[in-house]
Design a protein around this ligand. Structure first.
Ligand SMILES: [Zn+2]
Length: 78
C-alpha cells in the first residue's frame, strides 16, 4: 500500500527586499535620513550641465535631514 505523500513544495517568498529608493545615511550617526525637500542647484561639472532640467533651469537636488541629530545633506536627484 503506497503511503500518501503530502509534501507540498513551497516557494519561499522572503526574497522581496528590493528597495526602490535608497535612503541617505547620516554621516554623523549612521541613521537613515528623511528627504524633506528638493532644491535647484547650479551644475558643477559639464556632465551635470548636460542634465539641466530645461523647464527648471538647474539641477534638482534632494535635501535630506537626519531625524536623530538634525544633520542635513543633499544629493543630486536621479
Ligand atoms: Zn544624524
Amino acid at each position: 500500500m503506497p503511503g500518501k505523500k503530502s509534501q507540498k513544495s513551497r516557494a519561499s517568498k522572503d526574497g522581496g527586499r528590493s528597495q526602490k529608493t535608497s535612503k541617505m545615511i547620516c554621516t554623523e550617526c549612521n541613521q537613515e535620513m528623511n528627504q524633506h525637500a528638493e532644491k535647484l542647484v547650479d551644475p558643477t561639472s559639464s556632465e551635470e550641465a548636460a542634465r539641466i532640467d530645461p523647464v527648471l533651469g538647474g539641477i534638482v537636488a534632494e535635501v535630506h535631514a537626519c531625524p536623530e541629530c538634525g544633520h542635513s545633506g543633499s544629493r543630486r536627484a536621479s
